[in-house]
Design a protein around this ligand. Structure first.
Ligand code: SAM
Length: 378
């Protein structure tokens, strides 16, 4: 029997509802209604052993294509700013745009506590799929969506028009908000940020909220909803979700030169570098060394500070580990102090972490604002 998009949409919505029983059914109705195939166009990327390989609708055949479209998966549509539709061979690098997996689109909306009647800014239109889901649920008059990449913004406008949705669309750097249509009751980002951009505070109504993933260059992320108080400080706690969005383009790492290990100063550590493999452990390490990237090897970890070139790397040494640190920053010392504070607090999960933020100072803490804390780079 040929694949029926309406039946596939409904099945997807039902799966999402049963995996997330507290989700408002109105969001599942949006998933069951928005035709995702209009947003994916005719090509996407799939990660293979040789890199990102374009997959085309005309090659998969209609049935397989529709099954891909209605699987609960993110489909990467652009890698290093090359669109899947214009690519004939495998490409390497990082995704720069995608159609977010439907369960995450509605989960983000759930965390954001979006309600009809609110004025909402979405940062990162991408294919327009999440914008359509928001428009279906909340009414297109509620939604302003901004996309950095002009080509993607144009395609998203076509997709949304073809699907019959009419949100307000803008092209530009959403880290500046979208002043033309401000103020907003809620800002949600479908790209991650290293810290909350100051303009998001300026463009929020009193009591408004910001929902985003806070991510950094170790690619550790936490989803959070922050609510603005009367004094202009936004407060919130991270959720248990182990999800992330790609980093906002202006918050991406600058390109790094090829890495060479340097011996530097050497010492022993009893703190297991494997702690950085856990979701919360890596998040803590990233807080302690916010401009460092993390690489893992078969024998240990490498930290490299993108700003100063400082490095630290570990190797096993019987029951302990040897650490080599080179450069102006003592990266392992920073990470070790933070991980020790986290262990002392009982190695809590991200739900025990919170954030207090103004345009000038942003702190992530464990337990309460008076607990162990770290400043985010603004
Ligand atoms: C994960 S994709 C969004 C997917 C989209 N929600 C969907 O369902 O199709 C992230 C998008 O954010 C965009 N982006 C990155 N940095 C941005 C910025 N500073 N302002 C606006 N958009 C940005 C990227 O170009 C990309 O299209």
């Amino acid at each position: 029997m040929p694949a029926d998009p309406a039946a596939l949409r409904l099945a997807l919505a039902e799966d999402i509802a049963s995996a997330n029983p507290t989700l408002d059914p109105a969001w599942c109705d949006a998933i069951a209604t928005v035709p995702r195939e209009l947003f994916l166009g005719d090509a996407a990327f799939r990660l293979t052993g040789t890199g990102w390989e374009p997959v085309r609708r005309k090659e998969t055949g209609e049935d397989e294509w529709l099954r891909m479209v209605y699987s609960d998966q993110t489909w990467v549509t652009q890698v290093e700013e090359q669109d899947a539709a214009d690519t004939t061979s495998s490409v390497s690098g990082s995704p720069t745009s995608s159609a977010t997996l439907p369960s995450l689109v509605v989960r983000t909306a759930q965390v954001a506590e979006l309600q009809p009647g609110q004025r909402i800014l979405e940062v990162g239109t991408g294919t327009g799929y999440s914008t359509a889901v928001l428009s279906h649920r909340l009414g297109p008059g509620s939604i302003v969506s901004i996309e950095y990449d002009p080509g993607l913004a144009t395609s998203a406008a076509t997709h949304l028009h073809d699907a019959g949705y009419t949100p307000t669309l803008a092209t530009g750097d959403g880290l500046q908000g979208c002043k033309e249509h401000a103020d907003y009751d809620a800002i949600i980002a479908t790209c991650s940020v290293r810290s909350i951009p100051p303009s998001w505070f300026w463009q929020l109504n009193d009591g408004g909220s910001i929902t985003t993933t806070i991510c950094g260059w170790m690619l550790a992320a936490g989803l959070i909803r922050l609510v603005l108080d009367d004094e202009g400080t936004a407060h919130g706690r991270f959720t248990a979700d182990t999800i992330t969005y790609m980093l906002a383009r202006p918050h991406e790492r600058p390109p790094s030169p090829v890495f060479f290990r340097l011996d530097g100063d050497t010492r022993h550590t009893v703190l297991d570098p494997g702690l950085l493999e856990s979701w919360a452990g890596r998040f803590v390490a990233q807080l302690a060394a916010p401009s460092a990237e993390l690489m893992t090897t078969s024998t240990g970890i490498i930290l490299r500070d993108v700003a100063t070139g400082s490095q630290a790397w570990t190797e096993p040494d019987g029951q302990t580990w040897t650490v080599h640190q080179h450069g102006q920053l003592r990266l392992w010392d920073q990470v070790e102090d933070a991980l020790s504070a986290w262990q002392k607090a009982g190695t809590p999960a991200l739900t025990e972490f919170g954030m207090s933020a103004t345009p000038f100072e942003q702190t992530v803490w464990i337990g309460s604002p008076t607990g162990p804390s770290w400043q985010l780079p603004i």
